[in-house]
Design a protein around this ligand. Sequence first.
Ligand code: URA
Length: 500
Amino acid sequence: MPLIGTASAWRSAARGYLSASVPPEDISWGSETTQRGLFDRPADPVPTQDITVPRRFLQLADTVVWHSDATRFARLYSLLWRLRRSKGLLQDRADPALAKLLTMEKNVRRCQHKMKAFVRFREVGTPTDPRRSFAAWFEPTHFTVEPTADFFRRRFADMNWRIYTPDVSAFYQDGQLWFEEGQKAPELPEDASEALWVTYFRNIFNPARLKVAAMQSEMPKKYWKNMPEAAEIRDLIESAPARARAMAIAAPTQPAMRSAKLRAQAEQHVSAWSTTSNVPETGLRGCTRCPLHRHATQVVPGEGPAGAMLMVVGEQPGDQEDLQGRPFVGPAGQLLDATLQAAGLDRNELYLTNAVKHFKYAANGRKRLHQRPNANEISQCRWWLEEEIKRNNPRLIVALGATAASALTGNGSGIGQRRGKLEAGLGGKPVMISLHPAGILRTSDDELRKTANLHLRQDLETARELVSEPDPETPRIGLQRIDSAQGETPNLPRSTCSSN
Ligand code: URA
């Protein structure tokens, strides 16, 4: 059987010649124009002695023997011969003989890969057969049926199948694999799986990413005639530009609420640098002072009655706030509302805002994960915070968490020791440092979480008492430590807010 068992036949012939020290020029591996020379006659009997060959050479030879170039055997033997004297030869990529063999190895591997990807079986058995049977016609560039057959045996172990090619055909029946000579293309019936291939191909085809040259290199034209889906290729390529244009024109797949807000924001856009303090609201909506505006849905301004005596400042809007355009409406907002109520405060009577007015996040699939604003973002946004303080002139500001504390006091150190106390803030206003509700929500230890929540409530109660003082200038709103600050706050997670 010509061409079958080539790898082991070549190995044993080469081993024999080498151990008998037969130089390459004395060996005829057969006609240089046919693939059959090696097997036309058995290798000459030669004395065998122990020879060692680098493992990498064996790998190379085991692949290159399947190349369609008739000089492959002679080339391999020549390299093997030189390896006896030059052990490092396989590392010398500049050696032209080695380089040629490495290219041949790559070509065979590529051909095996194509065979695995492009063989299309058609069902040939009858419904009463105990095992389903399939057949395929394939025209590989190299002699890759034999070395690739094991892949199909593992893949389709529970079926009977045959792959016909012009040189060798592989048969797998009832668990036995064997090879026979090649043959002409057989008549194979069309079957239902063809429609599936076509549908699959149409669905994975992305017109916006079409690169015809790359596609043809991946799926060379010579394979098309045996692939049902290839009939679609011409149409898909021709219609790609129009389909890509249609995709570009189609509406973005953002949630309706988000795109409506974005449109409104764009319509209202006013450069921050053309803003005067008379129109802070409009200016804020078009703020581009820092890069956060690029990805947020919209700016989230503070809210509350003009002239509110108490101002509460958080870190930055979370996911929900970004979508709804209002501060503290997500999970952290719900905890804040409950704690305000427990502290005897009415959310509608205070001014609620954030140190940073745009949501900063990292996209993770469909989720938007909260990111802490950096010093530059906080400092750029402080301009707006100052505006809010000037306009409202509150008697007291509560800073929720480290970001707000830093924005309001300029002191970026941790708040563990600072909470429950008053510090001097922007515009000379007293700032009560407290905890952020999102940090409390993220505290997994039940006891610590309860204590933290209690501290927030106590701080808010203190704030309520302070702003209810009849005379704003009373010493209780001074900057000294407030004696009622109860205990030290447990260590909460450093970041003050999550995707809240
Ligand atoms: N966290 C904040 O700091 N502010 C919000 O508005 C919501 C969550």
